[in-house]
Design a protein around this ligand. Structure first.
Ligand SMILES: *Cc1c(COP(=O)(O)O)cnc(C)c1O
Length: 348
């Protein structure tokens, strides 16, 4: 079989949620962000595992993601939608009991007009200038919104992965100014915000990447292993080249393994000549260009040709691979290909 295997440890995801939950006080609720198919790892499996250990609030980006999640989780958990109430979504939001985080005066109007009495949250812009009601608009809307009793008021931090960044304190102060004294549950922290400490926790936290083993949560348990089958191996003489564009040339007698995954599977082309695969603890450099379905790997230093090589696993996590490719762990995870055979285990 040339299909690569992506092993996802839902026990490690549960352990990461518990570890992040332990970073905030007992009265602070810890939610879970499962947008983009739980960062590529499978929203249904991940959300079920998290619900089974007591997670009560989930977040997605789009209403459509929320409807699938509702079918998975049943009626009880809160499912928040970061993009809010978009035109045409009233039926989805209403029938599946989603909680849109309203982002603009238009969304507030739309929600009150189409779904009066239906649960909602408010997303405020505290300085990131991406999603959320602007402070000037909030002043005018606040009274009507508070009369309709929102379930949550939230905002999002732009620089939380840098603990010393002055933007964190600025956004904290802005969020407090906009929300102090309202008597509504508040949420400011994603993974990075949880690690910034108690001032940032408010009533509910919203971790995503930390659950899936990524930075900035340095103490996370490994969640994914990606094993790529070796299709064939060959001996090269010095001076022979490998792959498109002849971009790598053997400097010594070499053995090159051709391995079954490529940029169509999320191993982005920027990894060409830069990433490392692993045979247990032995590093094997990716050589030549990444092509659509294949990569080529220098296995000269291995005693024999392995059946497979790992590109994610205990020897190399998502952040290490991301660094080699000039990106971030989030992009590596959400790019994980649809062709991989996903295997779930609950080791922890
Ligand atoms: C994606 C997202 C999160 C989760 O962020 P992580 O950095 O993955 O923990 C939380 N809140 C909002 C608004 C988001 O868009």
């Amino acid at each position: 079989m040339s299909r690569a295997t992506l092993t996802i440890d839902t026990g490690a995801i549960a352990a990461n949620w518990r570890a992040l939950d332990a970073r905030s006080a007992a009265q602070v609720e810890t939610g879970a962000v499962v947008k983009a198919d739980a960062y590529g790892l499978g929203a249904a499996r991940v959300a079920k595992a998290l619900a089974s250990i007591g997670v009560r609030s989930f977040f997605v980006a789009l209403a459509e993601e929320g409807t699938e999640l509702r079918a998975t989780l049943g009626p009880k958990p809160m499912i928040g939608v970061f993009s809010g109430h978009m035109a045409g979504d009233a039926a989805l939001i209403g029938e599946h009991t989603l909680t849109p985080m309203l982002n603009s005066p238009e969304q507030v109007q739309r929600h009150f007009a189409h779904l009066p009495g239906h649960p909602f949250g408010i997303q405020l812009d505290s300085g990131m200038n991406r999603l959320g009601i602007e402070p000037a608009d909030w002043t005018g809307l606040r009274q009507a919104v508070m009369q309709a009793r929102p379930d949550l008021i939230m905002s999002h931090l732009a620089c939380a992965d840098e603990a010393d960044h002055p933007m964190n304190a600025r956004q904290l102060a802005a969020f407090r100014d906009l929300t102090n004294g309202l008597g509504v549950a508040r949420s400011l922290a994603a993974t990075g915000g949880i690690l910034l400490g108690a001032d940032y926790h408010f009533d509910l936290t919203r971790p995503g990447i930390g659950l899936y083993g990524g930075a900035p949560f340095q103490d996370a348990s490994d969640v994914v292993r990606l094993s790529l089958p070796v299709i064939q191996a060959r001996a090269l003489s010095p001076g022979e080249t490998v792959g498109y564009g002849n971009s790598w040339q053997a400097a010594r007698p070499s053995r090159i393994a051709t391995v079954a995954a490529g940029y169509a599977d999320g191993l982005i082309r920027a990894m060409s000549g830069r990433a490392t695969l692993w045979a247990g603890q032995v590093p094997c450099p990716l050589v030549g260009r990444v092509s659509m379905d294949l990569i080529t790997v220098d296995i000269t230093d291995l005693p024999e040709t392995p059946e497979s090589l790992d590109i994610l696993g205990p020897a190399q996590g998502v952040d290490a691979l991301a660094e080699a490719a000039g990106t971030i762990g989030y992009e590596i995870l959400t790019g994980l290909g649809r062709r991989y055979a996903r295997r779930y285990e609950a080791a922890a």
